[in-house]
Structure formats: structure tokens, C-alpha cells
Design a protein around this ligand. Structure first.
Ligand code: FES
Length: 153
């Protein structure tokens, strides 16, 4: 097992900040054209030293283990950052200490980056009232015929 794989395994053993954030200030959603996986990220801002910074971030994912591990690391790493600082973070930056994303996994990190950018872009941002959760959003698309049913753990 490579160091990267071990770091992914460790991150997945205790993933941080999973789930809908009901009091979020913004939410962003993306789907990967490469694999069809989806990610949603919620952000809550607060004032600190006269600056508006990210207080909390959370995510929901229909994605691979790498995307979930990166999202877990990223949602921790975003705390205390301004929107401008967060916008400048690449997929690799968001992966933090996981290590260099292998070429086949770069798009997994970009899924997290995309959800973050979507949440930070006011023109793309919607409130949590209109998008309650990723599962709810997908299940509400009756025309697709697709229904996601979480498995019992
Ligand atoms: Fe789809 Fe990783 S394989 S996000």
C-alpha cells in the first residue's frame, strides 16, 4: 500500500464534517464529467478580526473514497480562510497532507474544488432552503428515474 493509499484509509476511518448544514450561508454542488460522481459543500461564515471567514464547512458526496477523503481534509483546512483565500486553493491544496494526487485521482480532488468554488460563487449559490440535501435533490428529479436509497450501516 502506498503512502497516499494509507493516508486515504486513515482519513476515511474518521471522516470529518459529513452531512447537510442546515444553517449554511452558501452551498455548492458539482458533478464530475469524468466519473459521474457528485459532491455538495456547505459553508458557514463568521466575522473574525474584522474579516469574513469560513467558520465551518461540511459536505455530502456520491463519490469515490479519494473524493470523500479530500473533502474531509478540505472542510477542516477551510476554517478561518476568507472567500478569496479559499478560491485560490487548488485540488492539490485541498488534499492537504494526503500527498500528491495520482494522475487518475486528480479529478477526485477537482470534484471538491468544484463544489467549493460553486459555494463561493454568489451567482451560482443558492440557499439551503432550495437545496436541502444532495440525496433529496437527486430523489426530487423524478424524470431521471434515479432514486438513491442509503444502505443500512
Ligand atoms: Fe469519481 Fe473519484 S472516481 S470522484
Amino acid at each position: 500500500m502506498s503512502d497516499f493509499e494509507k493516508n486515504i484509509k486513515d482519513a476515511l476511518a474518521d471522516p470529518k464534517n459529513q452531512g447537510e448544514m442546515t444553517d449554511a450561508d452558501s452551498v455548492g454542488t458539482v458533478g464530475s464529467p469524468d466519473c459521474g460522481d457528485m459532491m455538495r459543500m456547505w459553508l458557514k461564515f463568521s466575522e473574525k478580526d474584522g474579516k469574513r471567514v469560513i467558520d465551518r464547512a461540511s459536505f455530502q458526496a456520491f463519490g469515490c473514497q479519494t473524493a470523500i477523503a479530500v473533502a474531509s481534509i478540505a472542510t477542516e483546512l477551510l476554517k478561518g480562510k476568507t472567500a478569496e483565500e479559499a478560491k485560490n486553493l487548488s485540488a492539490q491544496d485541498l488534499a492537504g497532507d494526503l500527498g500528491t494526487l495520482p494522475p487518475m485521482k486528480i479529478h477526485c480532488g477537482q470534484l471538491v474544488e468544484g463544489a467549493l468554488r460553486n459555494a463561493l460563487d454568489p451567482s451560482e449559490t443558492t440557499t439551503t432552503e432550495t437545496k436541502p440535501s444532495l440525496i433529496g435533490d437527486i430523489n426530487s428529479r423524478k424524470s431521471s428515474g434515479l432514486r438513491i436509497v442509503p444502505l443500512e450501516q
